[in-house]
Design a protein around this ligand. Structure first.
Ligand code: SAM
Length: 220
């Protein structure tokens, strides 16, 4: 197994954030929201948390699908939050989406949210157990949770092959970030062991394609 190579935790370089916000993640992000609907057909609305929301594409798609929810997106990168605010205003969803520039570790409160989402955050984190711990603290017992991220490939060559397969025509800055993110990602076994250590027995992991895992279920 190839060792994990961490990457910087926050995405706060202006060129990097601009390239990320301009990239087309429509299929992946809509797939994430659709999957939430498939996993949790009874969910209808409430207070929803998106951890590491980036430029807010998922909060927007989620709020468009669930007309009675309010989404709080949290990201510790100021430029990301600024781009997210612009996108929320363009979508006319300022009343139902709030974005906050904050490290999720610093969030106060307990049993606050009716659902939690997170896409493509975990690989940024040096201590993923803090993430699972915070999630448990913040959501109401029994709340649906959906977390997705990249899967670390077996080798540098495989990581490069994935970048070439899925991001051949993207700008260099995005291709570099994608490669670094694959190298920093956690494996299925690592995530399974994180969930076991936190005793999150109702969260199950599924590898959905050659580069992503999804964890879904409820937290009690
Ligand atoms: C790859 S982006 C994913 C953005 C978004 N979820 C998406 O799917 O497009 C990861 C984001 O997590 C943020 N982030 C990393 N560590 C964080 C932390 N400790 N607290 C809050 N945000 C964090 C980064 O600044 C970055 O914007």
């Amino acid at each position: 197994m190839m060792e994990r190579t961490p990457e910087p935790e926050l995405m706060d370089d202006p060129d990097q954030t601009k390239a990320y916000a301009a990239a087309d993640f429509a299929e992946e992000n809509q797939g994430f929201v659709d999957r939430f609907g498939e996993y949790f057909p009874d969910f209808s609305g409430g207070r929803v948390l998106d951890v590491g929301c980036g430029p807010a594409d998922i909060p927007i798609r989620f709020a468009q699908r669930y007309a009675t929810c309010h989404v709080l997106g949290v990201d510790a990168s100021e430029p990301m939050i600024r781009l997210g605010q612009e996108a929320v205003q363009r979508a006319g969803l300022g009343e139902r989406i709030t974005l906050r520039c904050e490290r999720f570790e610093a969030m106060a409160g307990a049993n606050v949210f009716d659902a939690a989402l997170s896409n493509s955050l975990l690989h940024h984190l040096p201590n993923p157990l803090q993430f699972w711990h915070k999630l448990r603290q913040l959501v109401k017992p029994g709340a649906p949770v959906l977390v997705m991220d990249l899967l670390r490939p077996d080798s540098r060559e495989e990581a490069q092959a994935i970048v070439d397969r899925y991001a051949a025509t993207e700008p260099d800055i995005l291709r570099r970030d994608f490669y670094n993110s694959l190298m920093a990602a956690y494996t299925e076994d690592e995530v399974t062991s994180q969930l076991a250590r936190m005793n999150l027995t109702r969260l199950l992991i599924d590898v959905i394609d050659d580069r992503h895992w999804v964890v879904g279920g409820t937290i009690y």
